[in-house]
Each structure stands twice: as C-alpha cells, then as structure tokens.
Design a protein around this ligand. Structure first.
Ligand code: DAH
Length: 333
C-alpha cells in the first residue's frame, strides 16, 4: 500500500502541474482529495494493514494530502493572477507610486458671512431659526398679509410646485413659524438665515437661488428706535467700522410702517448711501397670525440679502458666481 501511495502522489502532482485552467484544477482537486477521491479510498484500506503499520501509514497519507493541497493552492494562485492581468488589460499599476496630494476643502464665502451674522446676533440674545425651503402658500404669502390677487404677490416671481406649494421667495415665512413655536412667550428674538428662490431673469444682480437673513424681535413696547439701535450695531460689527444708517419709507405688506435701510461708513460722511435691507414694525395681521396679541406686544422685522453683503465684502461683481460651483472662484476664500 505504501508503494501505491507513493505512485498515487507522484501521479497526482504531475496532473496538478499539467492542468491548464482554474476549472480543470477544481476537477482534479475533487478526484484527488474529495470524499470519494483516490486518497480517501486508499485511506479506507487502512484496516487491512497489520495494527503496527496503521499509524505510520495514516501519517503518510496525511502528509501526501498536505503536499497535494499546497500544490493545488499554488496553481490556484497562478490562475488568479492570470485572470487579474487579463481583467486589467495593459494597465500598469504601481502600488508604490505616491498618491496625488489631497485637495483641502474650505467654507463657501456665503457660509463664512452667514456664520459671522449668526455670531453677532447670538451675542445680542437672538436665537437661530430654520424653516422649510418648500413652503406653503399660507406661510409664504397669506399669513404675511399678502392675500391672493393682491398685487404684492407679483412683486416676487414665484416657483410654484404642482402640489400647490412654493419654493419660498423669502425668509419672512420663518417669522410666523418662530412666533407659533413660542406660543406667545415673549420676548421673541430670532434670526433665520437661509436659501430663497425666485423665478426671474438672471443677470449680474439676479439669481434664481440666493440667500437672506430674516430678523424678528417682539416684546412689549418695541419701537422703530429699538430697530435702528439693533440694526446699526449689527451693521457696524458686520462691516468692522462704525456705520450711519438712514431709513426711507417703503412698502412691504408684512410691516407697518415699512422702510428701506441705507448705510454708509460713519468716517466717510460724504460717501454714498448703500441700500441694504427692508425692515419695519411687524404688521398687526402678521402678529395675530403668529399668535401674538398686537395690543400687548409689538416688534420689528428685517430681511437682508446675504449674497449682496458677501459681494460688498469681497468686491464680487456678479451674483452668479455664488452658486456657480466654479473652483476658480471658490479657491479665493
Ligand atoms: N421679505 C422681503 C423680501 O424678500 C424682505 C423684507 C422686507 C423682510 C421687510 C422683512 C421686512 O422682514 O420687514 O424682499
């Protein structure tokens, strides 16, 4: 039986060496090492041996199995490599080649300025509020005292969704959400930065997607004087220099009285006024819609275009750069 084992091993190794592909290799493995394979059959004859020879013979069979398994494994490795080369084609891959340097990202200028605005207002005791970009008609218009068919709706070109909702045309809707959330508890001091959308012709100063920061402060006895004080302080901090502000009467349905606010640097009295934001005292209809009793409390609101501020800050001449995603623009901040 020993001679038979030796002959079998030698023949098996020759077969393994002669195999030409992975499938054939598997076949050979089955006939050699499988449960009904030749070695197993030989092993079953162990009972016919004299007892003292059984141990050594068993060990010899196992050693032969081990040797065959190694030979099979080696061939399997060769076939796998051939397959991989075929898959990669002619590509030369050098795993020792250094990786290209990773590009370090950074914050968008809108984010930088928004965070600055948030820092200033949280320092003044304001909360930061968020609201949905897909908004209901009620929050975007009706509750802000802009009824259907009122010409004021045409002031803002709106993206309407098939659901009847809108892409919010301003952040003013968040005023109502903030009031409702607080269920009349005073004071209310919030800012709401966010994206807004208008369906209008694009040019250097108009973009379908842009950014605003809404502000709202409500308490007993809040007046235009409070509004001027807070906004002058905000703008001075934002622009890093004392500023003068001026209010011009204007119309926004959700405030009464309503104003346009202009500013100029205090150290440049001859300088030109820059139109910066809309603001005013919150209209009683809006207070009521938000659950605030206009007999008890009053407040001011404002809305400032963040893109404008970023453009002024960095001397950017076209708003369309903001959402362009152009790395040549973005890399500069
Ligand atoms: N929502 C206005 C707009 O998008 C901006 C605005 C004006 C907001 C006056 C206000 C405000 O809160 O009081 O044009």
């Amino acid at each position: 039986m020993k001679a038979r084992l030796a002959a079998l091993s030698a023949e098996a190794l020759a077969r393994i060496a002669a195999v030409e592909d992975a499938a054939a290799l598997e076949q050979v493995e089955q006939t050699l090492l499988g449960r009904k394979g030749e070695l197993s059959t030989l092993m079953r004859g162990i009972g016919d041996l004299p007892p003292e020879e059984r141990g050594p013979f068993g060990q010899a069979v196992n050693a032969a199995k081990q040797a065959l398994a190694e030979a099979l494994e080696e061939r399997r490795g060769e076939f796998a490599e051939v397959a991989l080369r075929a898959e990669l084609g002619d590509v030369r891959f050098d795993p020792s080649e250094p990786a290209p340097p990773s590009v370090r990202g950074h914050l968008h200028p809108i984010t930088l300025v928004r965070r600055e605005v948030e820092r200033i207002f949280t320092g003044l005791g304001f909360d930061i509020e968020d609201g949905p970009e897909v908004e209901s008609e009620a929050y975007n218009f009706d509750m802000l005292n802009i009824p259907a068919h009122h010409p004021a709706r045409d002031m803002q070109d709106t993206f309407w969704l098939e659901s009847g909702q809108v892409l919010r045309t301003h952040t003013s809707c968040v005023q109502l959400r903030a009031m409702q959330e607080r269920e009349g508890r005073l004071p209310i001091r919030v800012i709401a930065p966010g994206r807004v959308f208008r369906n209008e012709q694009q040019d250097a100063t108009h973009e379908h997607t842009f950014h605003q920061v809404e502000g709202l402060m409500i308490d007993r006895g809040v007046s235009v004087a409070d509004m001027k004080g807070v906004l002058a302080m905000f703008l001075s901090r934002l622009f890093g220099a004392a500023v003068e502000i001026r209010l011009r009467p204007s119309y926004f349905p959700f405030v009464e009285p309503g104003f346009e606010l202009d500013m100029r640097r205090a150290d440049d009295p001859g300088g030109e006024w820059i139109e910066l934001m809309g603001c005013g005292l919150v209209h009683p209809h809006v207070l009521r819609a938000g659950g605030v009793d206009p007999e008890e409390a009053s407040g001011f609101a404002f809305g400032i275009g963040l893109d404008r501020v970023v453009m002024m800050r960095y001397g950017i001449d076209d708003i369309r750069w903001m959402m362009s995603g152009d790395p040549r623009f973005l890399r500069q901040f």
